[in-house]
Write a protein that binds this ligand. Structure first.
Ligand code: ZN
Length: 299
């Protein structure tokens, strides 16, 4: 039903000249056009140049722009064997007596395992490492690689660091990578790869050179895939640190490194590790580093 009343037009506004009303209408239209352009720029839409502003995820935390995807190296790795070691475990926190018992760490004793780090919002390192490890395993298995994970779920306790280290030899693996995320200072960010230095008892002497090659390729591939920068809170800011205090590296007899994927205590890094899209990139970067190593001639 219509009321029969005419809708008021410009002429219906009494006492205001038409020309003034027309000018106001033009100004309103111009303002709307400017607003549309600004929104279009902020969203990188409309075929315009992308904004330098980082995108935000739900919660409003800037996570930074992901770099363009990098294709995985075209390496024939079928039949090769890779151990992926997701750091810590979901049951560790409730089993202090089990994880605090001392085990051989390569010439000295060290705790079986630790609880690991977490973000300020409570996202735990063990969940992050298991998720990234599962994603990396799927990518490698799709290329015919035999992948052995050091744990099959995120609800158990351990395994201890000595068992994690020896998993490579037990699986006759070509290479082993241990996945972690750091609990560094909140004002520091970035990732780093930990390569083995000579263990106190010297048992890892035979893997130092090959592990150093693995570390370099992994660092470069991971940075390219994720856009994450080498950690800025370490004395060495090249993204690779050599250490001889980790049983997981001291006791390995196959080429092995750790990767600390980000700093969980930093707000921007925490937003990244909490984002499944970013975790897939982290897995791609780790797999690219592994494939790069497997494809390189031994030397
Ligand atoms: Zn860790």
């Amino acid at each position: 039903m219509t009321s029969g009343r005419r809708r008021p037009g410009l002429a219906a506004v009494r006492g205001v000249p038409r020309v003034v009303l027309a000018a106001i209408a033009v100004i309103v239209l111009l303002a709307a056009a400017v607003a549309w352009l600004l929104v279009g720029r902020a969203e990188g839409g409309g075929g315009m140049t992308a904004s330098a502003d980082p995108p935000t995820r739900p919660g409003g935390v800037a996570v930074g722009s992901l770099p363009p995807p990098v294709p995985l190296p075209s390496v024939d790795a079928s039949g090769r064997v890779v151990v992926i070691d997701p750091g810590h475990d979901g049951g560790n926190g409730a089993a202090p007596s089990q994880i605090n018992r001392k085990v051989d760490a390569g010439g000295f004793l060290k705790e079986c395992d630790t609880v690991g780090a977490e973000t300020a919002a409570g996202y735990p390192e063990h969940a992050f490492t298991f998720d990234v490890a599962t994603r990396a395993a799927a990518l490698l298995r799709a290329r015919g690689v035999t992948v052995v994970l050091t744990r099959d779920d995120d609800t158990g306790v351990g395994p201890c660091v000595d068992a994690r280290a020896r998993a490579g030899a037990a699986a006759h693996a070509d290479v082993s990578v241990s996945i972690h995320a750091d609990g560094g200072p909140p004002d520091g960010s970035g990732f780093h790869v930990i390569a083995p230095d000579r263990a106190p008892d010297g048992v890892n002497e035979g893997i130092l050179a090959s592990s150093a090659r693995l570390a370099t390729g992994l660092r470069d591939a991971y940075e390219a895939a994720t856009g994450e920068q080498p950690a800025n809170y370490l004395a060495n800011q090249q993204g690779i640190v050599d250490r001889a205090d980790l049983g997981g590296l001291n006791l390995s007899t196959v080429p092995k490194v750790f990767i600390e994927c980000a700093n969980m205590r930093n707000a921007v890094d925490a937003a990244r590790v909490s984002d499944p899209v970013w975790r897939q990139r982290a897995a791609e970067g780790i797999v690219a580093g592994i494939l790069r190593y497997l494809g390189a001639p031994p030397g």
